[in-house]
Design a protein around this ligand. Structure first.
Ligand code: FE2
Length: 282
């Protein structure tokens, strides 16, 4: 699938943009399938009454449980202290994650298509495992910023092996909050590491460990404006960011994160699978 130049570019930049390699019809059908999933979601069923004091703990727990679920995450301020939505569903939802590639047949098929398997093999995966999936909505006007970060600190393996496939389901522009990246900066070490910790007996959450306080040189950021059907391949140590959506158009994207089964997966990563839902390859 990839030319030797493209492979070298991924080594040098930690980034590869593959413009419009997926047919538009496939982008449309994936968006339709997600619309069905959203339609079937009943916020009241998932509504939990929780006080402000244990709100963070509840949020942590939902996050950890999403390792092997199709979980809905909402925009800041779209949920009140009782867990009720304060705005209509189509303005409240931020993303769906993190096991939709294993639990929904449409997303399973899409995620395990030969194109992705070929890209993974071409960039050096020996034993690719599909670890995490996210459907990101980036809603018109309210879709929030995702701050500069790298993915490896959240999905830690030794040696680092995580790679993200970012699929534009709609055109991504400066106005609707396209990705930005720092090509070449994946060669520097991680700046942080998220660990699963026990805050108090029985209360499991996460803690971010700071490894390097130097900020990312964000003024060197490159905007990745891409058309629907484009696949962006991101090294797990490549810094990336996306701005808030200030436009009237949504910016749906689907992301898939792979790790190599040859690397050792940290036991204190937030994302853990039970034996009933083991990680699978292509
Ligand atoms: Fe990311």
């Amino acid at each position: 699938m990839l030319t030797s130049d493209q492979r070298q570019q991924f080594v040098d930049d930690g980034l590869l943009v593959l413009p419009e390699v997926l047919p538009l019809a496939e982008m449309v059908s994936l968006r339709s399938r997600m619309a069905e999933i959203v339609d079937a979601f009943d916020p009241d069923e998932h509504r939990t009454v929780f006080s402000t004091t244990d709100r963070d703990q509840r949020r942590d727990q939902r996050f950890l449980e999403s390792s092997e679920k199709v979980s809905f995450f909402f925009e800041e301020d779209a949920v009140d202290d009782d867990g009720a939505l304060t705005v209509p569903m189509d303005q409240a939802i931020n993303k769906v994650g993190h096991a939709i590639h294993d639990l929904d047949p449409t997303f399973d098929r899409f995620s395990r298509q030969p194109l992705f398997a070929e890209i993974a093999a071409d960039i050096g995966f020996v034993e690719p495992l599909l670890l995490q999936s996210m459907y990101i909505f980036k809603q018109p006007r309210i879709g929030g910023e995702v701050v500069w970060h790298t993915d490896h600190p959240f999905l830690w393996t030794d040696p680092p092996s995580v790679v993200g496939f970012w699929v534009a389901l709609e055109d991504a522009t400066l106005e609707n909050g396209c990705l930005w990246a720092l090509p070449g900066h994946h060669k520097r070490g991680p700046k942080e590491r998220m660990r699963r910790v026990e805050h108090r007996p029985g209360e499991i959450g996460t803690r971010m460990e700071v490894l390097d306080t130097a900020p990312f040189p964000t003024d060197e950021g490159v905007a990745l404006e891409v058309a629907a059907g484009t696949v962006v391949v991101l090294d797990g140590l490549l810094p990336h960011w996306s701005a808030p959506n200030t436009s009237d158009r949504s910016r749906h994207a689907y992301t898939l994160h792979l790790i190599d089964g040859k690397a050792s997966y940290a036991e204190d990563n937030w994302l853990q699978r039970s034996p009933e839902l083991p990680l699978r390859g292509f």
